[in-house]
Write a protein that binds this ligand. Structure first.
Ligand code: AMP
Length: 622
């Protein structure tokens, strides 16, 4: 069996396969008036094509399909609804005909076709008038925005102590705060960038209620990302924060969001839906953000989360009662948008949290569709742990002239406070090592054991239970309520040991974890950083122990880099492992050209003992 087969995958996500323009569930959107009608949302730019001059096309469509078709008047941020009535067959036929018309005229589809056809050297002529379309779109947008109240984004007054800082002082301060790097994404933009704040009162001096809430949390000083994000966001800029969970990024966008809600012209009671929308990749993260929001109270602002795997009826009920902040996974949000359960037209502040992760999980189509309903002149904040091309593209589509704040390249601020130990051993030795280790732990320890597969979580849990230990476990295959209960038990100290897969690792926001054990090595180095960052939080130190076997040798080099950057002593065995792997790669290249190399997993003629490798028992002492 391929080892990857039952690696835990984020199956808590309401994944939807890629759709064309609007998701299928929107096609089937039901109305209260006539539940048999089929409602199909189309981009407004295509409405004219469906109607045709003097209604010629729509008449033809009615005749061909036998269905009654009408394009409804209302336009919600670029979408119009086509209502199709009649018998099922006729409705489906009409839907297909309309999809074909749109397909034939969709600029993206045309571009793809032209590209394909030009590759085949077939001369093609596009009849589509691009300039005309762009002009029309720009006009439509102008009209739509003119009818809406302007968004108030700037409520920042620089504190005199911040103003007094010289450029050099600003530079030095940024360096001292984990080397904050900040710039406009558009490097030609020469406008000034807000200086960082040094204290909470620099950012929120004019908002005593916010300062009080911060004081209640007993935070001493703003985290690096907060120092720079607050002045940027509060003065109205779009922001891209390259930061991970554990860096204080949630509060970086949350506190300005509270003020933003309060500042808008439309009274809160008259808004048709939330003002703040946070999109996050997994339900754990959604719940974590929600619980973070709920730690603060500001002018009665309410927040709720929308995610798959829990009753949507309950979520809709809370939504109906009125909330200002919605935190959602893209899949479930898309369902809500499609069924008309949520109105996003009053969203003026949007957060795309962990954008890289959302892309990895294939959420781009859902994000695109839902965001068609959000005002394009909103303020947008995006966070991401990494900055790959996909995230850059998303940033280009959804932010306007953004400022980027980066705290270290691979943000290691979270792991600097963690002692990282690496033990190299055979797979069969792991179990008895774990037994010994757990016996040596004290009752005050809180331990997370990370593994890669759901089945390992279950096996290890029952093994440890048989040995009389009380453990909890969490993986993507467990019910949401069980996962929440498991986390709660660890948080409140009912259990001291949690066994988890990576799917769950991002959502774990427990400040007093003392030890992280990587029982299996992570799939990639970013995940290693995330796991390790579950300990050593909120100013405490932590210990992370990673068990490596020879099959993990392909990841040794990156691990060495991370350890060096976070000030750890690299064990010579690991260094040696990395060098051997690199040498082997070189040899393979020389011998066989560019054979794809499967570093780490059952890797070919890999690192056997006969290869001069390590003896089975190289471990550090504890
Ligand atoms: P986040 O990066 O948003 O996941 O935050 C991780 C944890 O850090 C949360 O429990 C926050 O409450 C906490 N936190 C946020 N800002 C600060 C701060 N300035 N000082 C200490 N802890 C903070």
């Amino acid at each position: 069996m391929d080892q990857d087969e039952d690696w835990d995958s984020p199956n808590d996500i309401q994944y939807q396969p890629q759709k064309q323009y609007v998701p299928k569930q929107q096609y089937n959107k039901m109305t209260a008036h006539n539940p048999d009608d089929l409602l199909m949302d189309i981009n407004s730019q295509f409405a004219g094509l469906v109607i045709g001059k003097g209604g010629a096309i729509i008449k033809g469509l009615r005749k061909d399909s036998g269905a009654f078709i009408s394009v409804l008047d209302s336009d919600t941020y670029g979408l119009k609804t086509v209502k199709i009535s009649g018998n099922q067959k006729a409705k489906e036929h009409a839907q297909k005909l309309i999809s074909d018309i749109i397909d034939a005229n969709d600029p993206d589809k045309i571009k793809q076709r032209l590209l394909k056809e030009s590759e085949q050297s077939a001369p093609v002529q596009s009849t589509f008038n691009w300039d005309e379309l762009m002009k029309e779109e720009a006009e439509n947008l102008k009209k739509r925005l003119a009818a809406l109240p302007p968004i108030i984004k700037d409520f920042y007054k620089e504190h005199p102590e911040v103003t007094a800082m010289t450029d050099q002082e600003v530079e030095e301060f940024r360096m001292s705060k984990n080397n904050i790097m900040i710039k406009y994404i558009d490097e030609n933009n020469m406008k000034p960038i807000p200086k960082p704040v040094l204290k909470f009162s620099h950012a929120f001096g004019d908002y005593p209620e916010i300062l009080e809430e911060i004081q209640k949390q007993k935070f001493e000083t703003p985290s690096p990302v907060q120092c720079q994000a607050w002045p940027v966001i509060m003065s109205g800029h779009d922001l891209i924060a390259i930061a991970q969970t554990g860096t204080g990024k949630t509060l970086a966008f949350l506190l300005p969001a509270f003020i933003h809600i309060d500042f808008q012209q439309t009274p809160r009671s008259e808004r048709k839906g939330p003002s703040i929308l946070v999109l996050a990749p997994t339900r754990e993260l959604v719940l974590q953000i929600e619980s973070e929001v709920k730690k603060y109270s500001y002018k009665g602002i309410k927040a709720m989360s929308i995610y798959g795997g829990a009753s949507s009826g309950k979520q809709k009920e809370v939504l109906r009662q009125g909330v200002e902040i919605v935190i959602a996974t893209p899949g479930r949000l898309n369902d809500f948008v499609g069924s008309g359960a949520i109105d996003l037209s009053d969203v003026t502040f949007l957060i795309l949290d962990e954008a890289d992760r959302m892309l990895d999980l294939g959420f781009e189509p859902q994000i695109r569709v839902s965001l068609l309903r959000v005002r394009p002149d909103r303020q947008t904040i995006m966070t991401s742990a990494t900055w790959p091309p996909g995230v850059k593209r998303l940033a280009k589509s959804y932010t306007t002239n953004p400022i980027q704040v980066m705290v270290g390249s691979l943000d290691l601020t979270t792991v600097n406070t963690v002692k990282q130990d690496i033990l190299i051993m055979d797979e069969e030795e792991k179990e008895s090592w774990l037994d010994d280790f757990l016996k040596s732990c004290s009752a005050d320890d809180k331990i997370i054991i990370f593994v890669n597969r759901k089945v390992t979580v279950d096996q290890l849990s029952s093994d440890l239970c048989m040995k009389g230990l009380i453990v909890e476990s969490i993986h993507g295959g467990r019910e949401q309520s069980d996962r929440e209960m498991a986390l709660e038990s660890l948080r409140n100290g009912e259990v001291n040991i949690l066994i988890a897969t990576d799917v769950a690792s991002r959502g774990i926001d427990i400040n007093d974890i003392t030890v992280v054990i990587n029982y299996d090595f992570t799939k990639d180095i970013e995940e290693y950083v995330h796991r390790v960052g579950r300990t050593g939080r909120a100013g405490k130190t932590g210990l992370a122990i990673t068990l490596m076997t020879r099959k993990d040798w392909g990841k040794a080099k990156e691990l060495v880099e991370v350890m060096e950057k976070s000030g750890q002593d690299v064990p010579p065995e690991l260094q040696e492992m990395a060098s051997r792997f690199e040498a082997k790669k070189e040899r393979d290249r020389a011998e066989g050209g560019d054979r794809p190399f499967r570093g780490g997993r059952g890797g070919g003629r890999g690192f056997s003992r006969g290869d001069g490798g390590f003896s089975g028992n190289r471990r550090n002492n504890y």
